[in-house]
Design a protein around this ligand. Structure first.
Ligand code: UDP
Ligand code: MG
Length: 317
């Protein structure tokens, strides 16, 4: 029987948290009764520096229920860092496997049994994959799916329609702890770990209550992080564009030279000004892309801590 940990990052989730705790608790108790999990299995709710009552809810429940554990981050570090904080805490607690899921009950907890069955069959990594995105808005669905395809095109190995609902065994957790990068994109890192892998399919629900904690701005930043942390193709594309433009300008130069010799050259104000604008813009774009990578190198080199735990409540037997 494995010691199973659930890790749930929470940011301003006071509206859903009581229901989430209730449902996950009954799921965990069911697993323990069915002898699919040991009695020292736990749920870890990671409070990602919430400004509402999230932490007081977590700590109140943890006083009454030994299965409820909590970790409070000192400030808001974002979903990925909060999740990592929870995963590493679970690892330190010596769990056999950990299942990460969102606090808003969008991930169907009914398939947790399947996760554990696959783990028992020897899988170290089990991905939860969405069957369809019927419940998402058209905008979210099309941008998300386009993004997955674009990532594939750039040579990044990510699992299509998989978010952060997954099981990791202790070996996979050990491996994950060796990835020290600051610009965290777990969906990109986990496939690099290797080991035996499987998939569990589920239907994604609507958010149980409250609003999405991923506004467009955060989503875009996350998307750019995913690309620039895992692919250097944009850099190659820049060099290729530069090369093509060089080639074209040589042709242009020959053309101009011929016109000059034939005496048909006109005062080319328009073309001059156009090329100045075009090249200026292009250069700025390229510098911008290069700058993004330089920025990443900067933050990786600083190697700042990715999260800091302020308080931890986990009841041992
Ligand atoms: N979350 C977090 N820190 C943040 C933003 C979000 O821990 O800064 C958590 C949030 O509480 C939820 C999960 O990440 O458990 C996913 O967020 P959400 O459901 O709002 O995203 P969506 O499903 O809309 O993409
Ligand atoms: Mg959600």
């Amino acid at each position: 029987m494995p010691k199973v940990y659930f890790v749930i990052p929470c940011y301003n989730e006071e509206e859903v948290l009581p229901e989430t705790i209730k449902r996950l608790n009954s799921k965990l108790c069911e697993l323990i009764e069915q002898e699919k999990a040991t009695d020292d299995s736990r749920m870890i709710f990671v409070d990602d520096g919430s400004r509402d009552k999230t932490w007081s809810i977590i700590s109140a429940y943890s006083r009454e229920n030994k299965y409820v554990g909590g970790v409070k981050l000192a400030h808001n570090r974002g979903h990925q860092n909060a999740l990592l904080g929870g995963l590493m805490t679970a690892k330190e607690e010596g769990c056999d496997c950990v299942i990460s899921l969102d606090a808003d009950l969008q991930d169907d907890i009914g398939v947790i049994d399947q996760f554990i069955d696959k783990y028992m069959q020897g899988c170290e990594v089990v991905y939860g994959v969405r069957n369809s995105r019927k419940k998402d808005t058209f905008f979210k669905r099309s941008t998300a799916q386009g993004y997955y395809k674009f990532m594939k095109l750039l040579g990044v190995d990510i699992v299509y329609n998989h978010a952060d609902y997954r099981l990791l065994g202790s070996k996979a957790l050990d491996a994950l702890s060796e990835y020290k990068e600051v610009n965290l994109f777990l969906r990109g890192i986990v496939p690099l770990i290797g080991y035996r892998t499987d998939y569990v399919y589920y239907e994604r629900n609507e958010r149980f209550a409250g609003e999405s904690k991923y506004p467009l701005k955060k989503m875009l930043r996350f998307a750019v992080d995913g690309i620039t942390s895992f692919s250097v193709k944009p850099l190659k594309i820049i060099s290729n564009i530069g090369l093509v433009i060089c080639a074209l300008s040589v042709i242009g130069f020959i053309y101009a030279l011929i016109s000059l010799i034939l005496g048909s050259a006109v005062a080319g104000w328009a073309s001059t000004i156009c090329s100045i604008w075009f090249l200026g813009g292009l250069q700025m774009l390229c510098i911008g892309i290069v700058g993004t990578y330089v920025g990443k190198i900067y933050s990786e080199v600083k190697a700042r801590p990715r999260y800091r735990i302020e308080e931890k409540i986990i009841v041992k037997e």
